[in-house]
Write a protein that binds this ligand. Structure first.
Ligand code: NAD
Length: 327
């Protein structure tokens, strides 16, 4: 078996994917690239099967050299800047990294004849939904710079597919939870995701957890989101990767198809941690949709994927990590 290139390999989802890949495939090297702008070198195991490069994957000459030197057959592209709020403040950081950087990677791939990719897209490409659960035919009208950059990269890949590329663009909903081993997990600074924020508040690392709006038209007034375990996302990449061989060209939602409100998540975090989580209700945030959850039928039909972790086990694995973090 030839090798795969994994970009953003030392990030939250990338590091979980690399672990699952090494366990699932007995052969093949992982060419792992991460500029460590956000990622953690220690999230990757020490093994001869990983060649790690601390570089910017959007650097065209560097990307070209990778394809020249290593026998790469496919790419799993996680590397991106991934903060919605920051993308509104620094739009060109996002255009540079998520669009221009991605196009440079695609160019280097194409020149080397590597025309297979699994791409990290996002539910942010849908914008404010017309209906839920959201299927892949739902119109894409991203409302943030970040969502737009993912949309543009999706479109570039679709265009390349008309020239012979095969691809699976996976539109993740809210990645959450951590590996059951407790050895790797979510470590973002700043952290913006609800579950780690709630658990850090339970641990008194934060004084209070903000709830943005409790007057939405939902059962308890708080926004509804779809949480999917990071190992389930990693496994979907393995399944998608195997589909590239048969010429897949598709976009697939990765969500649990079950929505949970902010208050429901917080209550479950209290239950799992056995601790109090002080909250403060703040005004709604501009651009927050009332509800966002996926219809994942296509994932089941096309790649045979269904999520294995429910919300409780997501929070249990996150608690296991958060209360004993390695990085
Ligand atoms: N976490 C989520 O809920 C979620 C949801 C939808 C989509 N995504 C997408 O999934 C991917 C992974 O997300 P994550 O949560 O693991 O984020 P992350 O920030 O933890 O991981 C991204 C990694 O890419 C690296 N990186 C960024 N730009 C790079 C570059 N130019 N060259 C090399 N390395 C670079 C960072 O250092 C980081 O380690 C991203 O593309 C993100 O947009 C994430």
């Amino acid at each position: 078996m030839s090798n795969i290139l994994v970009t953003g390999a030392a990030g939250y989802i990338g590091s979980h994917f690399v672990r699952r890949f090494l366990n699932a495939k007995s052969a093949g090297q992982v060419i792992a690239v991460d500029n460590l702008s956000v990622g953690h070198r220690e999230s990757l195991p020490d093994t001869e099967r990983i060649h790690f490069f601390e570089n910017d994957i959007g650097d065209l000459e560097f990307a070209r050299s990778l394809f020249r030197k290593h026998d790469i057959s496919a790419v799993v592209h996680f590397a991106a800047s991934a903060y919605v709020g920051e993308s509104q403040e620094q739009p060109f950081k996002y255009f540079d990294n998520n669009v221009i950087g991605a196009i440079n990677l695609f160019k280097a791939m194409d020149e080397a004849g590597v025309k297979k990719i699994v791409f990290s897209s996002s539910c942010a490409t849908y914008g404010n939904p017309n209906y839920c659960p959201i299927d892949e035919d739902h119109p894409q009208k991203p409302v943030s710079v970040y969502g737009n950059t993912k949309y543009i990269a999706e479109k570039a890949i679709q265009a390349l597919a008309t020239t012979g590329w095969s691809y699976v663009s996976l539109r993740y909903f809210n990645a959450s939870g951590c590996d059951d081993s407790g050895e790797i997990g979510e470590s973002h600074d700043p952290e913006t995701h609800l579950i780690p924020l709630a658990l850090q508040t339970a641990l008194k690392k934060r004084e209070v957890l903000s709830i943005f709006g409790d007057d939405y038209e939902t059962e308890d007034g708080t926004c509804v989101r779809d949480y999917v375990h990071v190992n389930d996302i990693a496994d979907a990449h393995l399944l998608a990767f195997d589909k590239l061989e048969s010429g897949a060209k598709t976009e697939i939602n990765l969500g649990s198809s079950v929505g949970a409100s902010v208050k429901q998540v917080i209550d479950l975090c209290k239950e799992v941690s056995g601790r109090d989580i002080p909250v403060k209700v703040c005004p709604r945030r501009a651009g927050d949709a009332v509800a966002l959850f996926a219809d994942h039928k296509r994932a089941t039909e096309v790649i045979g994927w269904t999520p294995k972790y429910d919300l409780r086990s997501i929070i249990e694995t996150a608690w296991n990590w958060e209360s004993n973090r390695k990085y």
